[in-house]
Design a protein around this ligand. Structure first.
Ligand SMILES: Cc1cc2nc3c(=O)[nH]c(=O)nc-3n(C[C@H](O)[C@H](O)[C@H](O)COP(=O)(O)OP(=O)(O)OC[C@H]3O[C@@H](n4cnc5c(N)ncnc54)[C@H](O)[C@@H]3O)c2cc1C
Length: 373
């Protein structure tokens, strides 16, 4: 079993892990990014919609962009609403690989085909182990997604429960040179009691999926996806006869973690519940979280202090970011509407419509309602 040493070991080379490693490597520290798959993004399940800004902000190649998106169409039970929110779509097996390569270009090391199974705290270091290797470091960053070892082993990070996870089924459908350039969202009890269906266009495929809060799911999620693919009045004609390239199911965290640090440990991205609880979007939050985790790791190394007391600063600073305010406000609203759902079967579409223009619009709508009472 080869023994490796580094300043920081990052578990998971998704957007959160690679951004953390990139940030640490840029400061000249020795960082090792550890990924279970053959290459980053190989098995990632995602619709791939995100913000254009991340390409420029992280200095990534524009070739990672699959399609530019010029708005969204939201099909509510009461009618269509368009939004002009622009963005991009990416294939995660291309994007995650490109982001990890950027981290390597900046000095990070990448170890693939290495599934971490054990994490042990020693007096002056922390050790992570896979079947084949053992890695000693001063600090470990858990960026290993919603099934994080941080929670299973240490009780920190995201806790997967039926009321904190959305279960989703998603497939990539072949559609060469398709003309779509807007993301499409489909709401309604028959699609998903607490969630929505989507079509996100890429150049030669479209990503079709459905998500639902696990505790509110009243059927098999694959049946919901089949309904969207084969029966829904607005989508089935569009998708008729088209080949499904792959189909997978996965979890999305929809509640933030209570604690995201401990002695010699930080937790980031899905592993810390850094996801929009209404839309399930998490790529941008994972990247912003990764930048913060990376910079706190560098501070800890510079001061030679990886104690829980020092690392508590990470959670304090995260909770002051616009990302956290956005996630937390949507979490509170989501819980309020989940209560209303007991009396109103279209509570989720109403929540989605209310939050469509962002949290600022929600605040001004609530202010308007309050002042006009
Ligand atoms: C169906 C679906 C659709 C989505 N669509 C969107 C979307 O359109 N836009 C958006 O912004 N977000 C979307 N999301 C959410 C988004 O995918 C996540 O928020 C984002 O990937 C979080 O990044 P991450 O780096 O924290 O975790 P991940 O991307 O999950 O990366 C974790 C990495 O860790 C590796 N790993 C896990 N365990 C270990 C281990 N023990 N040892 C070594 N490596 C390990 C994994 O292989 C993986 O590479 C979607 C999610 C789902 C499920």
């Amino acid at each position: 079993m080869p023994d490796l040493k580094c300043d920081v070991a990052v578990i998971g080379a998704g957007p959160a892990g690679s951004t953390t490693a990139l940030t640490i490597a840029r400061q000249g520290f020795d960082v090792l990014l550890v990924e279970k798959d053959d290459y980053p993004g190989k098995t990632n399940v995602c619709a791939g919609g995100t913000s254009q800004s991340i390409i420029k902000d992280l200095g990534l190649s524009p070739t990672l962009v699959e399609k530019e998106i010029r708005g969204g169409k939201h099909y509510f039970p009461w009618g269509l609403k368009s939004s002009n929110l622009r963005g991009i779509t990416v294939y995660r097996n291309v994007f995650d690989r490109g982001l990890a390569e950027k981290a390597v270009e900046e000095g990070s090391k990448l170890l693939t085909r290495t599934m971490i199974k054990e994490v042990t705290i020693k007096s002056d270091r922390i050790q992570i182990k896979s079947k084949e290797s053992s890695i000693d470091s001063k600090l470990v960053v858990f960026a290993d997604g919603p099934h994080t070892l941080a929670h299973r082993r240490f009780g920190i990070g995201f806790e997967p429960r039926s009321d904190t996870t959305c279960i989703s089924a998603v497939c990539e459908v072949r559609w060469e040179d398709n003309p779509l350039d807007q993301t499409e969202f489909y709401y309604g009890y028959e699609i998903s009691p607490w969630g929505y269906g989507w079509i996100f266009p890429k150049r030669n495929t479209v990503n079709v999926g459905v998500g639902c809060l696990h505790s509110e799911l009243n059927t098999n999620i694959i049946d919901s996806l089949n309904y969207l693919l084969r029966k829904h009045p607005l989508t089935h004609e569009k998708l008729k006869g088209k080949e499904i390239v792959w189909l997978r199911a996965a979890l999305i965290p929809v509640a933030h973690a209570q604690k995201i640090f401990d002695e010699r440990m930080l937790v980031v991205g899905d592993a810390a519940g850094m996801v929009d609880p209404v839309t399930g979007g998490g790529i941008l939050h994972a990247i912003n979280g990764g930048m913060l985790a990376g910079s706190i790791a560098c501070d800890a190394l510079e001061k030679d202090d990886c104690s829980a007391r020092f690392l508590a600063r990470y959670q304090q600073l995260w909770q002051r970011t616009p990302d956290f305010s956005f996630i937390y406000s949507k979490y509170l609203l989501s819980n309020l509407f989940l209560y209303l759902f007991k009396f109103d079967k279209s509570a989720y579409p109403k929540l989605a419509a209310l939050t469509l223009g962002g949290i600022r619009q929600v605040m001004s709508t609530l202010k308007f309602i309050y002042l006009n009472k």
